[in-house]
Design a protein around this ligand. Structure first.
Ligand SMILES: Cc1cc2nc3c(=O)[nH]c(=O)nc-3n(C[C@H](O)[C@H](O)[C@H](O)COP(=O)(O)O)c2cc1C
Ligand SMILES: [Mn+2]
Length: 502
Protein backbone atom coordinates (compact mmCIF):
# COMPACT_ATOMS: atom_id res chain seq x y z
CA UNK A 1 0.00 0.00 0.00
CA UNK A 2 1.46 3.36 -1.00
CA UNK A 3 1.00 6.64 0.76
CA UNK A 4 -1.21 9.46 -0.50
CA UNK A 5 0.76 11.98 -2.53
CA UNK A 6 -1.16 15.06 -1.44
CA UNK A 7 -3.99 16.14 0.82
CA UNK A 8 -6.66 15.55 -1.83
CA UNK A 9 -5.54 11.98 -2.48
CA UNK A 10 -5.52 11.49 1.29
CA UNK A 11 -9.08 12.81 1.54
CA UNK A 12 -10.16 10.47 -1.28
CA UNK A 13 -8.54 7.53 0.50
CA UNK A 14 -10.22 8.45 3.78
CA UNK A 15 -13.55 8.67 2.00
CA UNK A 16 -13.12 5.30 0.28
CA UNK A 17 -12.28 3.74 3.61
CA UNK A 18 -15.36 5.24 5.29
CA UNK A 19 -13.08 7.37 7.45
CA UNK A 20 -14.34 10.82 6.48
CA UNK A 21 -17.60 12.70 6.86
CA UNK A 22 -18.39 15.89 4.96
CA UNK A 23 -20.28 18.45 7.00
CA UNK A 24 -22.33 20.69 4.71
CA UNK A 25 -23.99 22.72 7.47
CA UNK A 26 -22.52 26.15 8.15
CA UNK A 27 -20.37 25.74 11.26
CA UNK A 28 -18.47 28.42 13.18
CA UNK A 29 -14.66 28.08 13.44
CA UNK A 30 -15.06 30.15 16.58
CA UNK A 31 -15.38 27.42 19.29
CA UNK A 32 -18.19 25.43 17.64
CA UNK A 33 -15.84 23.25 15.56
CA UNK A 34 -13.79 22.45 18.68
CA UNK A 35 -16.80 21.08 20.53
CA UNK A 36 -17.83 18.96 17.54
CA UNK A 37 -14.30 17.64 17.09
CA UNK A 38 -13.78 16.99 20.80
CA UNK A 39 -16.85 14.75 20.84
CA UNK A 40 -15.84 13.06 17.59
CA UNK A 41 -12.25 12.35 18.66
CA UNK A 42 -13.33 10.90 22.01
CA UNK A 43 -15.80 8.61 20.25
CA UNK A 44 -13.10 7.35 17.86
CA UNK A 45 -15.06 9.03 15.07
CA UNK A 46 -14.14 10.00 11.50
CA UNK A 47 -12.12 12.79 9.93
CA UNK A 48 -14.35 15.79 9.27
CA UNK A 49 -14.39 18.03 6.23
CA UNK A 50 -16.33 21.19 7.11
CA UNK A 51 -17.38 22.40 3.67
CA UNK A 52 -18.96 25.58 4.87
CA UNK A 53 -17.07 27.20 7.75
CA UNK A 54 -18.76 30.43 8.76
CA UNK A 55 -17.14 33.61 7.46
CA UNK A 56 -14.40 31.94 5.39
CA UNK A 57 -13.82 31.06 1.76
CA UNK A 58 -12.19 27.67 2.25
CA UNK A 59 -13.23 24.31 3.70
CA UNK A 60 -11.58 22.94 6.84
CA UNK A 61 -10.25 19.42 7.35
CA UNK A 62 -9.82 18.13 10.90
CA UNK A 63 -9.36 14.85 12.78
CA UNK A 64 -7.46 13.34 9.83
CA UNK A 65 -5.08 11.64 12.33
CA UNK A 66 -7.58 10.89 15.07
CA UNK A 67 -7.41 7.08 15.23
CA UNK A 68 -4.72 4.44 15.01
CA UNK A 69 -6.33 3.08 11.85
CA UNK A 70 -6.10 6.45 10.08
CA UNK A 71 -2.54 6.93 11.27
CA UNK A 72 -1.67 3.55 9.73
CA UNK A 73 -3.55 4.42 6.52
CA UNK A 74 -1.49 7.61 6.32
CA UNK A 75 1.74 5.63 6.44
CA UNK A 76 0.42 2.79 4.29
CA UNK A 77 1.09 0.16 6.99
CA UNK A 78 -1.00 -2.12 9.15
CA UNK A 79 0.95 -1.30 12.32
CA UNK A 80 3.10 1.71 13.19
CA UNK A 81 5.95 -0.62 14.18
CA UNK A 82 6.35 -1.35 10.46
CA UNK A 83 7.37 2.25 9.92
CA UNK A 84 9.91 1.91 12.71
CA UNK A 85 11.26 -1.29 11.16
CA UNK A 86 12.01 0.58 7.95
CA UNK A 87 14.07 3.12 9.84
CA UNK A 88 15.74 0.45 11.94
CA UNK A 89 16.78 -1.36 8.81
CA UNK A 90 18.83 1.66 7.72
CA UNK A 91 20.12 2.60 11.18
CA UNK A 92 21.35 -0.91 11.88
CA UNK A 93 23.40 -1.19 8.72
CA UNK A 94 26.58 -3.21 9.29
CA UNK A 95 29.55 -3.44 6.94
CA UNK A 96 28.18 -5.84 4.33
CA UNK A 97 29.66 -9.30 3.79
CA UNK A 98 29.36 -11.01 0.44
CA UNK A 99 27.87 -9.75 -2.79
CA UNK A 100 24.20 -10.24 -1.96
CA UNK A 101 24.54 -8.26 1.23
CA UNK A 102 26.50 -5.54 -0.55
CA UNK A 103 23.74 -5.17 -3.08
CA UNK A 104 21.15 -4.99 -0.34
CA UNK A 105 23.30 -2.38 1.41
CA UNK A 106 23.48 -0.31 -1.75
CA UNK A 107 19.72 -0.43 -2.07
CA UNK A 108 19.36 0.87 1.47
CA UNK A 109 21.84 3.67 0.83
CA UNK A 110 19.94 4.55 -2.30
CA UNK A 111 16.72 4.75 -0.29
CA UNK A 112 18.41 7.40 1.84
CA UNK A 113 19.86 9.29 -1.12
CA UNK A 114 16.45 9.25 -2.83
CA UNK A 115 14.84 10.79 0.26
CA UNK A 116 16.30 14.24 -0.40
CA UNK A 117 13.68 16.77 -1.47
CA UNK A 118 13.55 17.40 -5.20
CA UNK A 119 13.27 20.90 -6.60
CA UNK A 120 10.68 21.27 -9.35
CA UNK A 121 9.82 24.41 -11.30
CA UNK A 122 6.05 24.44 -10.86
CA UNK A 123 3.84 23.48 -7.96
CA UNK A 124 0.09 23.26 -7.49
CA UNK A 125 0.54 25.26 -4.29
CA UNK A 126 1.11 28.35 -6.45
CA UNK A 127 -1.96 28.15 -8.70
CA UNK A 128 -3.22 31.24 -6.90
CA UNK A 129 -0.75 33.90 -5.75
CA UNK A 130 -1.89 36.70 -3.46
CA UNK A 131 0.52 39.50 -2.63
CA UNK A 132 0.33 43.05 -1.28
CA UNK A 133 -3.16 44.10 -0.27
CA UNK A 134 -4.62 40.78 -1.41
CA UNK A 135 -2.86 38.91 1.38
CA UNK A 136 -5.70 38.14 3.76
CA UNK A 137 -5.80 35.53 6.49
CA UNK A 138 -9.54 36.19 6.84
CA UNK A 139 -9.99 34.00 3.75
CA UNK A 140 -9.07 30.99 5.90
CA UNK A 141 -11.32 29.32 8.50
CA UNK A 142 -8.77 29.70 11.28
CA UNK A 143 -10.17 28.28 14.48
CA UNK A 144 -10.47 29.94 17.85
CA UNK A 145 -10.27 26.71 19.80
CA UNK A 146 -11.14 27.37 23.46
CA UNK A 147 -13.11 30.08 25.27
CA UNK A 148 -9.98 31.57 26.90
CA UNK A 149 -8.10 31.90 23.59
CA UNK A 150 -7.83 35.59 22.67
CA UNK A 151 -7.77 35.01 18.91
CA UNK A 152 -7.84 32.33 16.22
CA UNK A 153 -4.78 30.05 15.92
CA UNK A 154 -3.30 28.25 12.92
CA UNK A 155 -2.79 24.86 14.55
CA UNK A 156 -1.43 22.45 11.93
CA UNK A 157 1.32 24.35 10.10
CA UNK A 158 4.66 23.12 8.74
CA UNK A 159 6.91 26.08 9.47
CA UNK A 160 9.95 26.22 7.19
CA UNK A 161 13.15 28.12 8.02
CA UNK A 162 16.83 27.83 7.17
CA UNK A 163 19.81 28.00 9.48
CA UNK A 164 21.44 31.30 8.47
CA UNK A 165 24.93 29.81 8.92
CA UNK A 166 24.71 26.26 7.61
CA UNK A 167 21.77 26.69 5.23
CA UNK A 168 20.10 23.54 6.59
CA UNK A 169 16.34 23.53 6.27
CA UNK A 170 14.11 22.99 9.29
CA UNK A 171 10.42 22.18 9.36
CA UNK A 172 8.55 22.43 12.65
CA UNK A 173 4.94 22.47 13.74
CA UNK A 174 4.51 25.67 15.75
CA UNK A 175 1.07 27.19 16.32
CA UNK A 176 0.44 30.69 15.03
CA UNK A 177 -1.93 33.13 16.72
CA UNK A 178 -3.59 35.46 14.24
CA UNK A 179 -2.83 39.12 14.88
CA UNK A 180 -4.49 40.70 11.85
CA UNK A 181 -5.09 39.99 8.15
CA UNK A 182 -1.38 39.87 7.41
CA UNK A 183 0.40 38.83 10.60
CA UNK A 184 0.55 36.14 13.27
CA UNK A 185 2.75 35.23 16.21
CA UNK A 186 5.19 32.34 15.85
CA UNK A 187 5.13 30.06 18.87
CA UNK A 188 8.45 28.24 18.56
CA UNK A 189 9.39 27.21 22.07
CA UNK A 190 12.88 27.59 23.50
CA UNK A 191 14.05 24.05 22.77
CA UNK A 192 12.99 24.10 19.14
CA UNK A 193 14.99 24.30 15.93
CA UNK A 194 12.97 27.07 14.24
CA UNK A 195 13.65 29.23 17.27
CA UNK A 196 17.39 28.49 17.01
CA UNK A 197 17.39 29.54 13.33
CA UNK A 198 15.63 32.76 14.29
CA UNK A 199 18.07 33.48 17.13
CA UNK A 200 20.98 32.98 14.74
CA UNK A 201 19.93 35.78 12.39
CA UNK A 202 21.01 39.37 12.79
CA UNK A 203 17.97 40.97 11.29
CA UNK A 204 15.18 39.27 9.48
CA UNK A 205 14.58 35.59 8.80
CA UNK A 206 12.45 34.42 5.88
CA UNK A 207 9.71 31.99 6.90
CA UNK A 208 7.32 29.88 4.85
CA UNK A 209 4.39 27.97 6.30
CA UNK A 210 2.92 25.03 4.42
CA UNK A 211 -0.69 24.08 5.18
CA UNK A 212 -2.54 21.07 3.82
CA UNK A 213 0.15 18.49 3.04
CA UNK A 214 0.06 14.78 2.44
CA UNK A 215 -0.23 13.17 5.88
CA UNK A 216 3.34 11.83 6.10
CA UNK A 217 4.90 15.22 5.32
CA UNK A 218 2.50 16.90 7.75
CA UNK A 219 3.51 14.38 10.43
CA UNK A 220 7.21 14.97 9.74
CA UNK A 221 6.87 18.63 10.78
CA UNK A 222 6.11 17.37 14.28
CA UNK A 223 8.98 14.87 14.40
CA UNK A 224 11.77 15.61 16.91
CA UNK A 225 14.76 15.25 14.60
CA UNK A 226 18.23 16.52 15.48
CA UNK A 227 18.63 20.07 14.24
CA UNK A 228 20.89 19.29 11.29
CA UNK A 229 18.42 16.86 9.73
CA UNK A 230 15.82 18.23 7.31
CA UNK A 231 12.34 16.98 8.22
CA UNK A 232 11.44 16.89 4.51
CA UNK A 233 14.13 14.27 4.09
CA UNK A 234 12.47 12.13 6.77
CA UNK A 235 9.16 12.62 4.94
CA UNK A 236 10.78 11.50 1.68
CA UNK A 237 12.30 8.47 3.35
CA UNK A 238 9.03 7.44 4.97
CA UNK A 239 7.10 7.99 1.73
CA UNK A 240 9.66 6.19 -0.39
CA UNK A 241 9.78 9.14 -2.80
CA UNK A 242 11.21 12.62 -2.48
CA UNK A 243 9.09 15.56 -1.37
CA UNK A 244 8.86 17.94 -4.31
CA UNK A 245 9.59 21.55 -3.49
CA UNK A 246 9.27 24.80 -5.46
CA UNK A 247 10.90 28.17 -4.82
CA UNK A 248 8.67 30.53 -2.87
CA UNK A 249 7.25 33.58 -4.67
CA UNK A 250 8.44 36.22 -2.20
CA UNK A 251 10.89 34.37 0.06
CA UNK A 252 14.20 32.66 -0.56
CA UNK A 253 12.92 29.30 0.67
CA UNK A 254 11.55 26.24 -1.03
CA UNK A 255 8.07 25.03 -0.18
CA UNK A 256 6.32 21.67 -0.69
CA UNK A 257 4.81 21.78 -4.19
CA UNK A 258 1.75 19.77 -3.15
CA UNK A 259 0.68 22.09 -0.30
CA UNK A 260 -2.87 23.40 -0.35
CA UNK A 261 -1.80 26.76 1.06
CA UNK A 262 1.55 28.47 1.68
CA UNK A 263 2.04 31.55 3.83
CA UNK A 264 5.24 33.40 2.96
CA UNK A 265 6.81 36.15 4.99
CA UNK A 266 9.51 37.07 7.46
CA UNK A 267 10.22 37.61 11.12
CA UNK A 268 12.26 40.57 12.36
CA UNK A 269 14.55 39.70 15.20
CA UNK A 270 13.33 42.38 17.58
CA UNK A 271 9.64 42.36 16.75
CA UNK A 272 7.90 40.46 19.53
CA UNK A 273 4.55 40.65 21.26
CA UNK A 274 2.51 38.81 23.87
CA UNK A 275 1.25 35.55 22.41
CA UNK A 276 -1.53 33.53 24.10
CA UNK A 277 -3.03 32.45 26.38
CA UNK A 278 -3.84 29.24 24.49
CA UNK A 279 -5.76 26.14 25.54
CA UNK A 280 -2.86 23.75 25.12
CA UNK A 281 -2.16 20.04 24.83
CA UNK A 282 -1.26 19.98 28.52
CA UNK A 283 -4.97 20.38 29.27
CA UNK A 284 -4.38 23.87 30.66
CA UNK A 285 -4.19 27.36 29.24
CA UNK A 286 -0.58 28.33 28.78
CA UNK A 287 -0.19 31.94 29.86
CA UNK A 288 0.66 34.78 27.50
CA UNK A 289 4.40 35.01 26.76
CA UNK A 290 6.51 37.04 24.35
CA UNK A 291 6.95 35.46 20.91
CA UNK A 292 8.06 36.91 17.58
CA UNK A 293 5.68 38.27 14.96
CA UNK A 294 5.41 36.72 11.50
CA UNK A 295 4.64 39.27 8.74
CA UNK A 296 3.13 37.80 5.58
CA UNK A 297 4.33 38.87 2.15
CA UNK A 298 2.26 36.37 0.16
CA UNK A 299 -0.36 33.66 0.37
CA UNK A 300 -0.16 31.09 -2.39
CA UNK A 301 -2.75 28.36 -2.85
CA UNK A 302 -4.16 25.63 -4.96
CA UNK A 303 -7.49 26.45 -6.51
CA UNK A 304 -10.27 25.58 -4.03
CA UNK A 305 -7.67 25.11 -1.32
CA UNK A 306 -8.51 23.06 1.76
CA UNK A 307 -7.37 24.40 5.15
CA UNK A 308 -6.15 21.80 7.70
CA UNK A 309 -6.63 22.21 11.43
CA UNK A 310 -6.25 20.32 14.70
CA UNK A 311 -7.51 20.93 18.21
CA UNK A 312 -5.31 20.26 21.21
CA UNK A 313 -6.62 20.28 24.76
CA UNK A 314 -7.07 17.87 27.64
CA UNK A 315 -5.78 14.53 26.38
CA UNK A 316 -6.73 12.47 24.54
CA UNK A 317 -7.08 14.67 21.47
CA UNK A 318 -6.15 14.15 17.83
CA UNK A 319 -2.47 14.97 18.50
CA UNK A 320 -2.22 11.85 20.68
CA UNK A 321 -1.80 9.87 17.49
CA UNK A 322 0.91 12.12 16.07
CA UNK A 323 2.74 11.59 19.36
CA UNK A 324 2.24 7.84 19.29
CA UNK A 325 3.58 7.75 15.72
CA UNK A 326 6.71 9.51 16.96
CA UNK A 327 6.99 7.10 19.90
CA UNK A 328 6.96 4.11 17.55
CA UNK A 329 9.00 5.58 14.68
CA UNK A 330 11.78 6.83 16.94
CA UNK A 331 12.21 3.63 18.98
CA UNK A 332 15.03 2.35 16.72
CA UNK A 333 16.81 5.71 16.94
CA UNK A 334 16.51 5.66 20.74
CA UNK A 335 17.87 2.10 20.75
CA UNK A 336 20.84 3.19 18.63
CA UNK A 337 22.03 5.32 21.54
CA UNK A 338 20.71 3.20 24.40
CA UNK A 339 20.66 -0.37 23.03
CA UNK A 340 19.58 -1.95 26.31
CA UNK A 341 16.17 -0.32 25.86
CA UNK A 342 13.65 -2.97 24.81
CA UNK A 343 10.59 -0.74 24.44
CA UNK A 344 9.09 2.47 25.76
CA UNK A 345 5.71 4.08 26.17
CA UNK A 346 4.77 7.72 26.55
CA UNK A 347 1.28 7.70 28.05
CA UNK A 348 -1.08 10.03 26.23
CA UNK A 349 -2.45 11.21 29.57
CA UNK A 350 1.08 12.37 30.40
CA UNK A 351 0.97 14.84 27.49
CA UNK A 352 4.18 13.13 26.24
CA UNK A 353 6.61 15.07 28.43
CA UNK A 354 5.31 14.11 31.86
CA UNK A 355 6.09 10.40 31.85
CA UNK A 356 8.16 7.78 30.04
CA UNK A 357 7.88 4.08 30.83
CA UNK A 358 10.87 2.13 29.59
CA UNK A 359 11.81 -1.55 29.69
CA UNK A 360 15.46 -2.61 29.69
CA UNK A 361 17.64 -5.67 29.45
CA UNK A 362 19.22 -5.17 32.85
CA UNK A 363 22.84 -6.31 32.97
CA UNK A 364 24.52 -4.65 35.96
CA UNK A 365 23.83 -2.88 39.26
CA UNK A 366 22.48 0.62 38.76
CA UNK A 367 21.57 -0.08 35.15
CA UNK A 368 18.09 1.44 35.53
CA UNK A 369 19.72 4.63 36.81
CA UNK A 370 21.97 4.76 33.77
CA UNK A 371 18.95 4.53 31.50
CA UNK A 372 17.06 7.27 33.36
CA UNK A 373 20.01 9.61 32.93
CA UNK A 374 20.40 8.59 29.30
CA UNK A 375 16.77 9.54 28.66
CA UNK A 376 17.31 12.84 30.47
CA UNK A 377 20.14 13.48 28.03
CA UNK A 378 18.48 12.35 24.81
CA UNK A 379 16.99 14.84 22.32
CA UNK A 380 13.48 15.98 23.19
CA UNK A 381 13.14 13.02 25.60
CA UNK A 382 15.49 15.00 27.84
CA UNK A 383 12.48 17.10 28.82
CA UNK A 384 10.73 14.07 30.35
CA UNK A 385 9.66 14.84 33.89
CA UNK A 386 9.45 11.26 35.13
CA UNK A 387 10.94 7.99 33.97
CA UNK A 388 9.78 4.56 35.12
CA UNK A 389 12.16 1.69 34.38
CA UNK A 390 10.98 -1.93 34.29
CA UNK A 391 12.58 -5.23 33.32
CA UNK A 392 12.44 -6.51 29.77
CA UNK A 393 9.59 -8.97 30.31
CA UNK A 394 7.23 -6.21 31.43
CA UNK A 395 4.88 -4.83 28.76
CA UNK A 396 5.37 -1.06 28.96
CA UNK A 397 2.07 -0.47 27.15
CA UNK A 398 0.11 -2.37 29.81
CA UNK A 399 -0.21 0.26 32.52
CA UNK A 400 -1.74 -2.19 35.01
CA UNK A 401 1.34 -4.39 34.68
CA UNK A 402 3.66 -1.41 35.05
CA UNK A 403 1.75 -0.27 38.14
CA UNK A 404 2.11 -3.77 39.57
CA UNK A 405 5.91 -3.67 39.29
CA UNK A 406 6.17 -0.09 40.52
CA UNK A 407 4.26 -1.16 43.60
CA UNK A 408 5.92 -4.51 44.10
CA UNK A 409 9.58 -3.87 43.19
CA UNK A 410 10.21 -0.42 44.62
CA UNK A 411 11.68 0.60 47.94
CA UNK A 412 11.03 4.34 47.65
CA UNK A 413 14.05 5.16 49.75
CA UNK A 414 16.41 3.12 47.61
CA UNK A 415 14.79 3.12 44.15
CA UNK A 416 13.45 6.61 43.64
CA UNK A 417 15.81 9.07 41.98
CA UNK A 418 15.25 12.78 42.31
CA UNK A 419 17.21 14.86 39.85
CA UNK A 420 17.00 18.24 38.18
CA UNK A 421 17.09 19.31 34.59
CA UNK A 422 15.38 21.08 31.72
CA UNK A 423 11.61 20.72 31.52
CA UNK A 424 9.06 21.26 28.80
CA UNK A 425 8.30 24.87 27.93
CA UNK A 426 4.62 24.27 28.70
CA UNK A 427 5.02 22.53 32.08
CA UNK A 428 3.30 24.77 34.62
CA UNK A 429 4.14 22.73 37.73
CA UNK A 430 7.84 23.48 38.36
CA UNK A 431 8.70 26.50 40.50
CA UNK A 432 10.77 27.92 37.67
CA UNK A 433 9.75 27.78 34.03
CA UNK A 434 11.94 25.43 31.93
CA UNK A 435 13.97 23.98 34.84
CA UNK A 436 13.07 21.78 37.76
CA UNK A 437 12.73 18.40 39.38
CA UNK A 438 12.86 15.00 37.69
CA UNK A 439 11.56 11.75 39.07
CA UNK A 440 13.06 8.37 38.26
CA UNK A 441 11.52 5.13 39.51
CA UNK A 442 13.58 1.96 39.29
CA UNK A 443 10.97 -0.81 39.21
CA UNK A 444 13.36 -3.50 38.00
CA UNK A 445 14.26 -6.52 40.12
CA UNK A 446 17.19 -5.60 42.36
CA UNK A 447 20.28 -7.61 43.19
CA UNK A 448 22.46 -7.74 46.33
CA UNK A 449 24.94 -5.24 44.85
CA UNK A 450 22.10 -2.75 44.79
CA UNK A 451 21.46 -3.26 48.48
CA UNK A 452 18.55 -5.67 48.14
CA UNK A 453 17.86 -8.83 50.12
CA UNK A 454 17.48 -12.06 48.17
CA UNK A 455 14.92 -11.26 45.45
CA UNK A 456 11.96 -13.66 45.38
CA UNK A 457 10.96 -15.62 42.33
CA UNK A 458 7.94 -14.43 40.36
CA UNK A 459 5.02 -16.81 40.15
CA UNK A 460 4.61 -18.50 36.77
CA UNK A 461 2.65 -21.63 35.83
CA UNK A 462 4.77 -24.38 34.33
CA UNK A 463 4.71 -24.66 30.51
CA UNK A 464 3.55 -28.29 30.72
CA UNK A 465 0.42 -27.40 32.65
CA UNK A 466 -0.27 -24.42 30.39
CA UNK A 467 -0.03 -26.67 27.34
CA UNK A 468 -2.30 -29.21 28.96
CA UNK A 469 -4.96 -26.63 29.77
CA UNK A 470 -4.72 -25.15 26.27
CA UNK A 471 -5.35 -28.58 24.86
CA UNK A 472 -8.24 -29.43 27.16
CA UNK A 473 -9.89 -25.98 27.23
CA UNK A 474 -12.92 -26.95 25.15
CA UNK A 475 -13.63 -29.87 27.46
CA UNK A 476 -14.10 -27.56 30.45
CA UNK A 477 -17.00 -25.73 28.80
CA UNK A 478 -15.85 -22.29 29.98
CA UNK A 479 -16.52 -19.41 27.52
CA UNK A 480 -13.56 -18.45 25.31
CA UNK A 481 -10.54 -16.55 26.62
CA UNK A 482 -10.60 -12.77 26.43
CA UNK A 483 -14.35 -12.23 26.17
CA UNK A 484 -17.65 -13.18 27.65
CA UNK A 485 -16.74 -12.41 31.21
CA UNK A 486 -13.39 -14.15 31.66
CA UNK A 487 -11.35 -11.80 33.78
CA UNK A 488 -8.86 -9.75 31.78
CA UNK A 489 -5.67 -8.08 32.71
CA UNK A 490 -7.20 -4.76 33.69
CA UNK A 491 -7.58 -1.19 32.57
CA UNK A 492 -4.11 -0.83 31.11
CA UNK A 493 -5.07 -2.83 28.08
CA UNK A 494 -7.92 -0.53 27.22
CA UNK A 495 -8.07 2.64 25.18
CA UNK A 496 -5.07 4.45 23.85
CA UNK A 497 -2.50 2.31 25.62
CA UNK A 498 -3.60 -0.55 23.42
CA UNK A 499 -2.60 0.98 20.14
CA UNK A 500 0.98 -0.09 20.27
CA UNK A 501 0.14 -3.72 20.91
CA UNK A 502 0.43 -6.15 18.09
C1 LIG B 1 -0.47 19.71 16.89
C2 LIG B 1 0.89 20.11 17.37
C3 LIG B 1 1.11 21.42 17.77
C4 LIG B 1 2.36 21.82 18.21
N1 LIG B 1 2.56 23.12 18.58
C5 LIG B 1 3.78 23.53 18.95
C6 LIG B 1 4.02 24.90 19.25
O1 LIG B 1 3.13 25.74 19.21
N2 LIG B 1 5.29 25.27 19.58
C7 LIG B 1 6.32 24.37 19.63
O2 LIG B 1 7.45 24.75 19.91
N3 LIG B 1 6.11 23.05 19.38
C8 LIG B 1 4.87 22.62 19.03
N4 LIG B 1 4.66 21.31 18.74
C9 LIG B 1 5.77 20.35 18.86
C10 LIG B 1 6.75 20.49 17.73
O3 LIG B 1 6.10 20.44 16.49
C11 LIG B 1 7.80 19.40 17.78
O4 LIG B 1 8.54 19.57 18.97
C12 LIG B 1 8.76 19.40 16.58
O5 LIG B 1 9.74 18.43 16.78
C13 LIG B 1 9.40 20.74 16.42
O6 LIG B 1 10.29 20.71 15.32
P1 LIG B 1 11.82 21.02 15.53
O7 LIG B 1 12.36 19.87 16.32
O8 LIG B 1 12.37 21.10 14.14
O9 LIG B 1 11.89 22.32 16.27
C14 LIG B 1 3.41 20.89 18.29
C15 LIG B 1 3.18 19.57 17.90
C16 LIG B 1 1.94 19.17 17.44
C17 LIG B 1 1.73 17.75 17.03
MN1 LIG C 1 14.06 20.10 13.36
Amino acid sequence: MGQPSDLREWIRLLEQEGELVRVAAEVDPDLEITEIVDRTVRAGGPALLFENPKGARHPLLINQFGTERRMCLAFGVSHLDEVAAKLEDVLEMQPPQGLAEKLRGLKKLKSIADSRPKTVSRGACQEVVLTGDDVDLDLLPIQRCWPGDPAPFVTLPAVITRDPHTGTRNVGMYRMQKLDRRSTYMHWQIHKDGRADYLATDGRIPVAVALGLDPVTAYSASAPLPKHIDELMLAGFLKGEPVEVVPGKTVDLEVPANAEIVLEGFIEKDEVGLEGPFGDHTGFYTPAEPFPIFRLTAITMRREAIYPSIVVGKPPQEDAWLGKATERIFLPAVQMTVPEIVDYDLPVAGAFHNCVIVSIRKAFPGHAHKVMHAIWGLGMLSLSKSVVVVDEHVDVHDYAQVFFYVGANVDPKRDVVLAEGPLDHLDHAPTLQFFGGKLGIDATAKGPLEGAREWPEEIEMSPEVKALVDERWAEYGIPAHGSGGVVQNGAGRRGLSRLTRR
